[in-house]
Write a protein that binds this ligand. Structure first.
Ligand SMILES: *[C@@H]1O[C@H](CO)[C@@H](O)[C@H](O)[C@H]1NC(C)=O
Ligand SMILES: *[C@@H]1O[C@H](CO)[C@@H](O)[C@H](O)[C@H]1NC(C)=O
Length: 369
């Protein structure tokens, strides 16, 4: 993953977080980056130059393909306890002709494909796209475009869907999940299903952010979820400026965790994100998509992303070891720091990441289940 473009994204994503301060948020930095790479593969001339300026992408496109290889290799080699599924496709209006080599290149490098589609009947076209997404995500994501999104004038659009289902290394004790207060804001409280876990986890107190962070590992995996919890109910904004940076040093300590169950699904139109970052030409009639279509006049009209994430105890039976709060044993553990109390009863932010990439990032201000 090109670290450079991720840092371009990091600044932007904290703005996005601020704009969405009042609602739950999920987005997938790795998908945004992949979509950019994919569109770059199709672009030529001035359109491609814009990508190189904004994202410092190399001129030689085979180097771009190479840089995504670790991500897809990682996706393939994950154990069956996890499902991290990412599907990408470019749909091109049937009135154009595809460049035959394009699919070879992107299939290999991006596990994506360009496909021609008839758009004369938007209802039928959206059914086609949605049933494909549903099939490829095993029914988790059933709906990504509606007929209103499509019309016969569209020349091309991209779809990206990503979802993740993992199993915790340390399960939350299902029989200890209980209703509890969650402070959406200083003056709004809701009831949530609060999960409980006591375990030795990587964690840290982040004085500079007035927050603390824990890392929950997924079983047999390099993937983990970091949760950033501000010390104050209204402290999320400050924390989110740094949520995407993975450079905090975490240390193992006992932690008593309380975390609400939550489920989040969101659709985003990435075109706006691209445009704000300075990628504009590819959406205009003047776009050069000579890597994708043989004809001129084609442009990208939409980039639609759907992400889905569910956080629960992981359905497993309560194991005796995980349910009990860790208390400091005075005589024996005098030298050990006291357990961290991590009570996520107010808005927090999260990332799901591994060595190579950030798969999901976002915040929860009002947990929904
Ligand atoms: C691009 O990079 C590949 C792999 O490193 C190399 O084989 C190829 O010759 C390069 N192409 C150009 C036009 O420089
Ligand atoms: C996790 O890894 C351990 C040791 O490598 C193995 O014994 C176990 O079966 C794995 N569990 C799952 C669910 O794959």
């Amino acid at each position: 993953m090109s670290k450079l473009s991720l840092s371009v994204l990091a600044g932007f994503l904290s703005t996005l977080a601020a704009e969405n301060a009042k609602r739950n948020l999920i987005y997938s930095p790795v998908s945004i980056e992949l979509m950019m790479g994919l569109v770059y593969m199709a672009a030529g001339g001035k359109t491609a130059q814009e990508f190189r300026n904004v994202f410092k992408l190399p001129e030689n496109k085979s180097h771009v393909v190479e840089s995504y290889r670790p991500v897809f290799a990682g996706l393939r080699s994950r154990p069956k306890v996890h499902i991290l599924q990412m599907v990408n496709r470019i749909y091109v209006n049937h009135k154009y002709r595809l460049v035959p080599e394009f699919n070879q290149v992107v299939q290999k490098g991006f596990k994506a494909k360009a496909k021609l589609i008839y758009l004369d009947d938007p209802v039928r076209a959206s059914l086609m796209v949605n049933s494909w997404i549903s099939k490829r995500t095993r029914g988790v994501i059933r709906h990504i475009v509606s007929p209103n999104d499509l019309d016969p004038d569209i020349s091309a659009f991209l779809v990206n869907a990503i979802y993740f289902k993992g199993q915790w290394q340390h399960d939350f004790a299902a029989d200890q999940t209980h209703l509890a207060d969650f402070h959406v804001s200083e003056d709004k409280i809701i009831q949530v299903e609060m999960m409980t876990l006591s375990a030795s986890l990587f964690c840290a107190y982040l004085a500079d952010l007035d927050a603390k962070v824990i890392e929950l590992n997924y079983l047999n995996s390099t993937l983990s979820m970091r949760i950033f919890l501000p010390n104050r109910i209204g402290g999320l904004r400050k924390v989110e400026e740094k949520t995407g940076l993975l450079n905090y040093r975490l240390q193992k300590n006992d932690v008593n965790v309380k975390l609400p169950k939550f489920k989040i699904e969101s659709s985003a139109q990435l075109r706006g994100i691209f445009e704000k970052l300075g990628i504009r030409d590819v959406f205009k009639p003047s776009a050069d998509l000579n890597g994708l279509v043989l004809d001129s006049g084609a442009k990208i009209d939409k980039i639609v992303q759907k992400a889905f994430l569910k956080v629960d105890e992981r359905g497993t039976k309560a194991s005796a070891a995980t349910g009990v709060l860790i208390r400091r044993k005075k005589s024996i553990d005098n030298l050990k720091p006291p357990p961290m109390e991590f009570v996520a009863d107010h808005p927090f932010s999260y990332v799901i990441h591994d060595r190579d990439a950030i798969y999901f990032q976002g915040h929860i201000v009002e947990p929904q289940w």
